[in-house]
Design a protein around this ligand. Structure first.
Ligand code: GDP
Length: 362
């Protein structure tokens, strides 16, 4: 029947999965993020991709345009993917949510010629410990000697157009990576052979330079999220916002601000917040919610524009008094209609979890 009684209290909604990019230095994490953003800007209609504070939202329609036949939008009800802009495992380990990783899903970038390197192994250990599902982007396929690039195409069609010698070299490099994953305890295979992404790690050959394989990468991330993470993406979108501090920053005209990734609920410009700090949790009132202003307008205006509210999942800059003690990785919770003591207790408990995890790592 068609009644509104339940939605009065709760507004169930599916949020965007949060994606982190990890891997050894110089294996192409930044380039890959730039390529995804670049492709999304070209493919999407104006405004379809939104630059958040510290993150980039790529909506399902844009993913489906980039991925072509690989993504049929009707097969999905998750709204897209939110990529954290700062790659690397430092940000990954700092960014936590309710005892787990803030990122719902990760891309481990491995240079197809360079294979496993120390930070690749470190990243794998971190992903394993936090039980974060991930796929491997075997990057820089275009650097295999003799490779003929077909820009922005799915990997299998461009692979089929390479010479037998090049195909052989690519196969060898990919199987080397699959072997190294297996030595590290992960059963892995080329992504199109993987039936169950919960049991096996999919390897996607890509080039952040030419865009080859990027359609596949996005399709696999979207498919994996839809298939295995949908339940975790169900949030009460109108509920009090919950997030994690990405970075604490001074901003001219705003004082200390916290760049925050919101992973549940909504935050409004008149909300009271509890934020984890180096000492006691900070209780403060939002002074402004800030988003990046579109590039074209920056010359005449401030870099930021004020918004009245923002819903998960998204990246937002929060200006508020007394944020001097706030720290990266700390929880942020909207109080709204609850005793502030309860929220302080929640934030304390989360901070204690973080302290325990940090001690484990040392
Ligand atoms: P990060 O340290 O992992 O973020 O690596 P970067 O994205 O900075 O890339 C390191 C270097 O590798 C840069 O010079 C990039 O231009 C280059 N690079 C990254 N991806 C590719 C690729 O797919 N093909 C080629 N040929 N070069 C790449």
């Amino acid at each position: 029947s068609d009644t509104d009684t339940e939605t009065d209290a709760h507004t169930p909604s599916l949020r965007t999965p949060i994606v982190a990019v990890l891997g050894h230095v110089d294996h192409g994490k930044t380039s890959l993020l730039d390529k995804v953003r670049g492709s999304a800007v070209i493919e999407g209609e104006a405004g379809a991709i939104t630059q958040h504070i510290g993150a980039t939202a790529v909506p399902l329609e844009v993913i489906s345009e980039i991925a072509g036949d690989l993504v049929e939008p009707d097969d999905f009800d998750l709204p897209g993917l939110l990529f954290i802009d700062t790659p690397g495992h430092h940000s990954f380990t700092t960014l936590r949510s309710r005892g787990g990783a803030l990122a719902d899903i990760a891309i481990l970038v491995v240079d197809v010629n360079d294979g496993f390197q120390p930070q690749t192994r470190e990243a794998l250990e971190i992903l394993q410990r936090s039980e974060t599902p991930f796929i491997v982007a075997a990057n820089k396929v275009d650097t295999v000697p003799g490779w003929n690039a077909n820009e922005d195409t799915p990997i299998q069609s461009t692979y089929d157009q390479q010479s037998e010698r090049v195909q052989g070299a690519v196969d060898t490099a990919l199987y080397e990576i699959i072997g190294q994953l297996s030595e590290a305890g992960f059963s892995a295979d080329l992504y199109w052979r993987v039936q169950n992404f919960q049991r096996n790690v999919g390897v996607v050959p890509v080039s952040a330079m030419t865009g080859e394989g990027v359609p596949d990468l996005l399709a696999v991330m979207m498919g994996l999220s839809q298939r295995y993470m949908k339940a975790e993406m169900e949030i009460d979108v109108a509920g009090p916002g919950v997030g994690t501090v990405l970075e604490v920053k001074e901003e001219k005209g705003f004082g200390t601000t916290i760049d925050t990734v919101l992973y549940d609920g909504t935050i409004r410009a008149d909300d009271r917040l509890v934020v984890g700090g180096t000492n006691d949790p900070i209780v403060t009132d939002v002074r402004a919610l800030l988003q990046p202003r579109p590039l074209a307008e920056i010359r005449t205006e401030s870099r930021f524009e004020r918004v009245d509210e923002v819903s998960a999942a998204s990246g937002i800059k929060i200006a508020a008094p007394d944020l001097g003690d706030a720290m990266a990785g700390a929880p942020v919770r909207v109080v709204r209609d609850r005793p502030v003591e309860d929220v302080i207790a929640e934030v304390r408990a989360e901070l204690a979890d973080i302290a325990v995890d940090t001690a484990d790592e040392g």
